[in-house]
Design a protein around this ligand. Structure first.
Ligand SMILES: Cc1cc2nc3c(=O)[nH]c(=O)nc-3n(C[C@H](O)[C@H](O)[C@H](O)COP(=O)(O)OP(=O)(O)OC[C@H]3O[C@@H](n4cnc5c(N)ncnc54)[C@H](O)[C@@H]3O)c2cc1C
Length: 464
C-alpha cells in the first residue's frame, strides 16, 4: 500500500508537538500527529498540570490550618489522599481530551501508535492494527523525555518513586526522602511535607533550587526549614538498601557517609530525552548524551527533520516546547521566524512559597562582565501581601548599569509564578529601567512590588 502523504508529520503530542501541529494546520499545511500514549504528553498527563492540581490541594489544606488568622473557623481539618489524587487525575483527563478536540477542530490527522524514521522523509507507525507507512517533506520530532534513573536508585513504584508514582501514590509517605531539588523534586517535597510527611531533601549541588539566584535559593531553604523540612546540600545519595517497610539511604555529606531510614523515596534527579528506537543514528542525527542536537531554529542537520521541546534539551519546560513548536511550524510554512531566546524563558516552581525567575541571576550577570544595579523589595512592604496574609518573600531585579536593560528578575513569595510574566514581556520589549519606572502599577496588588524593586535598584524606592 502506498504511504500516506502529508506536508508535516509531528511525532509526539505533548505541548511541543500538538502546538506545532495546530499552528501548521492553521497555516494551511496538511498535518498528521503520531502519539503512542496520550494527548498532551507529560505536561498534561504526568507533569505541569496534575502536579499543580495536587499542590492546590496542599495549599488549601495549609490555608485551612491558618483559618483562625482570618477570623474563620475550621475544625477537624484532614484530607483524603485518594480524593486529592482523583481530582488531580480528573483535571489531567479534562485537558487531555481538550487537546484531542483542538487537533480535530484544526483538521489534524491523529495517528495513535509508536513512530520511527526508516528513511529521510518517511515515518513508520506501529499501531494496534499493524504498521502504517507515512511520508512528509517535513518531520518534527517532539518525543519528550522521561525520568532519569541512577544506578542503585531505580524506582520500584512501592518504596522508591519517580514523578509518575508520586502523582498516584500507593500510600502516604510518613518519612520521605526526595533526591534532587530542581523544580520537580521541590514541588513534591512541598506537597508531601504540607500534608504531614517528615520530608528530607538531598541536593548534590551547593544549594537547593540550584538554577535560581543564590539569594532566592537561600530564602527558599529557610522557609522550607521553618515548615519542618530537612535540607541537605552538597550531599549525595550513594545507595538505597531496600527492606520490608524501610529504605536505608547512604548519604555522603562532606567526608562522611550517614545512614538514614525512610519509608518512601522520590528520585527527582533529572530527565533523559526519548531518543531511542526512532532510527536517529541511521539517519545521521546527532544525539548528545540524551538529547537531539539542533541549531537555534530546531534543525537537526538532516534536511526536513526538526526537534523541539524536551527531546531537544534544556530548559525542560512546556512553554519552551510550545514556543519552539510554533516557530518551526511557521518556518516550514515559509514565514520569517525568530529563534527562541533561552534567557527570556521564565522558570517557575510551584512550591510554598512559590519561586519564579527570568534572565540572568546576579552572579551570572557579574560573570558575564556586566556592571549591575540590583533592586530588592520585600513582601512585608506591600499592602496587598499583608492583606492576603502573605508577608514572606522578595522581588529582586538585576539591571545593566550602562544601558538600564533588565537583565534578570527573581522572585519568591505568594503568586510570583503569575507575576513573572510582567518581566517576561518587559525583556521581550527590551525594556529599560526608565520604562518600568514610568509604568503605573495598579494598587493594591502584589505587582506593585515589581515596580518598587526597580525603584530600589535606582535608589528611589518608596515603601521601605
Ligand atoms: C512532574 C513534572 C512537573 C512539571 N511541571 C512543569 C511546569 O510546571 N511547567 C513547565 O513548563 N514544565 C513542567 N514540566 C516539564 C514539562 O512537562 C515538559 O517540559 C513538557 O512536557 C515537554 O513537552 P514535549 O512536547 O517536549 O514532550 P512531552 O510532553 O514529553 O510529550 C512527548 C510525547 O511524545 C510521545 N512519544 C514519544 N516517543 C514517541 C514515539 N516514538 N512515537 C509516538 N509518540 C511518541 C510521548 O508519548 C509523549 O506524549 C514538568 C515535568 C514533570 C515530570
Amino acid at each position: 500500500m502506498a504511504a500516506k502523504s502529508f506536508d508535516l508529520i509531528v511525532i509526539g503530542a505533548g505541548p511541543g508537538g500538538y502546538v506545532a501541529a495546530i499552528r501548521g494546520a492553521q497555516l494551511g499545511l496538511n498535518v498528521a500527529v503520531v502519539e503512542r500514549e496520550h494527548m498532551g504528553g507529560i505536561c498534561l498527563n504526568w507533569g505541569c498540570i496534575p502536579t499543580k492540581a495536587l499542590l492546590r490541594s496542599s495549599e488549601v489544606f495549609h490555608l485551612m490550618h491558618r483559618a483562625g488568622e482570618f477570623g474563620l473557623k475550621a475544625d477537624k481539618i484532614g484530607y483524603d489522599l485518594e480524593a486529592v489524587v482523583k481530582r488531580s487525575r480528573g483535571v489531567a483527563k479534562q485537558l487531555n481530551s481538550g487537546v484531542g478536540h483542538l487537533l480535530k477542530k484544526n483538521k489534524v490527522t491523529i495517528i495513535m501508535g509508536e513512530a520511527s524514521l526508516p528513511a529521510k522523509g518517511k515515518v513508520s507507525v506501529k499501531t494496534d492494527k499493524g504498521a502504517e507507512e507515512l511520508e512528509a517533506k517535513h518531520i518534527v520530532l517532539a518525543t519528550g523525555a522521561r525520568a532519569r534513573e541512577l544506578p542503585g536508585l531505580e524506582a520500584d513504584g512501592e518504596q522508591v518513586w519517580t514523578y509518575k508514582h508520586a502523582l498516584m501514590p500507593p500510600h502516604m509517605p510518613k518519612k520521605l526522602l526526595v533526591i534532587g531539588s530542581g523544580a520537580i523534586g521541590i514541588e513534591f517535597a512541598s506537597f508531601y511535607n504540607t500534608l504531614g510527611a517528615e520530608t528530607t531533601v538531598v541536593e548534590v549541588m551547593e544549594r537547593i533550587l540550584p538554577v535560581e539566584d543564590a539569594e532566592i535559593s537561600g530564602m527558599a531553604k529557610k522557609s522550607f526549614q521553618k515548615q519542618g523540612m530537612k535540607i541537605m546540600e552538597k550531599a549525595m545519595v550513594k545507595q538505597l538498601d531496600r527492606a520490608k517497610g524501610k529504605v536505608t539511604a547512604h548519604i555522603e555529606a562532606g567526608s562522611k557517609v550517614e545512614k538514614h531510614d525512610f519509608d518512601t523515596v522520590i528520585s527527582a534527579v533529572g530527565i533523559v530525552g526519548n531518543t531511542e528506537g526512532l532510527g536517529l543514528e541511521d539517519l545521521g542525527v546527532k544525539v548528545d548524551r540524551t538529547h537531539v542536537v539542533t541549531d537555534e531554529y530546531c534543525r537537526t542537520g538532516v534536511e526536513g527533520l526538526y526537534a523541539i521541546g524536551d527531546v531537544a534539551g534544556a530548559p525542560w519546560l512546556a512553554h519552551k516546547a510550545s514556543h519552539e513548536g510554533v516557530m518551526v511550524a511557521e518556518m516550514i510554512a515559509g514565514q520569517t521566524v525568530h529563534p527562541v531566546k533561552p534567557d527570556s524563558i521564565a522558570g517557575c516552581t510551584y512550591c510554598q512559597p512559590q519561586v519564579a525567575s527570568v534572565g540572568l541571576t546576579e552572579a551570572q550577570a557579574k560573570e558575564a562582565g556586566y556592571r549591575i544595579r540590583v533592586g530588592r523589595f520585600p513582601f512585608i512592604g506591600n499592602g496587598k501581601a499583608i492583606a492576603l496574609g502573605e508577608p514572606e518573600g522578595m522581588i529582586k531585579t538585576v539591571f545593566d548599569e550602562k544601558t538600564g536593560e533588565l537583565l534578570g528578575a527573581h522572585m519568591i513569595g505568594a503568586e510570583v509564578t503569575e507575576l513573572i510574566q510582567g518581566y517576561v514581556v518587559g525583556r521581550q520589549l527590551e525594556t529599560t529601567e526608565e520604562d518600568l519606572m514610568q509604568a503605573v502599577f495598579p494598587h493594591p496588588t502584589l505587582s506593585e512590588m515589581m515596580h518598587e524593586s526597580v525603584l530600589d535598584a535606582y535608589d528611589r524606592v518608596i515603601h521601605i
